[in-house]
Design a binder for this molecule. Structure first.
Ligand code: FES
Length: 105
């Protein structure tokens, strides 16, 4: 069943800096770029690397894996280069009363 999960306050997010959040087995990251907030899984789909240790590109709105350098688009999780082939799971977000929520299904 889908549920909106309260993650943090909007003021907790620093511009273009990944924010980590764990929920059961899920390892999420939230990234704020200007007015947009992206929520995705944070473990690379190629092997086990934490993307929050990777490299942000604010202009392109991507994050690059620190291990083998696959570059993921934050809006839909799609990898833009090999070796990763599977997209990251992405999550819908909403803001209510200054809090950020992620839709978990
Ligand atoms: S672990 Fe991320 S590209 Fe290999």
């Amino acid at each position: 069943m889908a549920e909106w999960l309260k993650i943090c306050q909007i003021k907790d997010l620093k511009e273009s800096e990944p924010y980590e959040y764990d929920h059961d087995e899920r390892k999420l990251m939230l990234i704020k770029i200007q007015k947009d907030i992206f929520a995705t899984d944070r473990i690379c789909t190629h092997a086990y690397a934490n993307l929050t240790n990777g490299f942000m590109n604010e202009k392109e709105r991507t994050i690059t894996c620190p291990l083998h350098m696959s570059n993921f688009r934050l809006s839909d999780g799609v990898p833009l280069n090999l070796p990763a082939e599977e997209p990251l799971k992405t999550y819908q977000t909403k803001i209510e009363d200054g809090s950020i929520y992620v839709l978990i299904e």
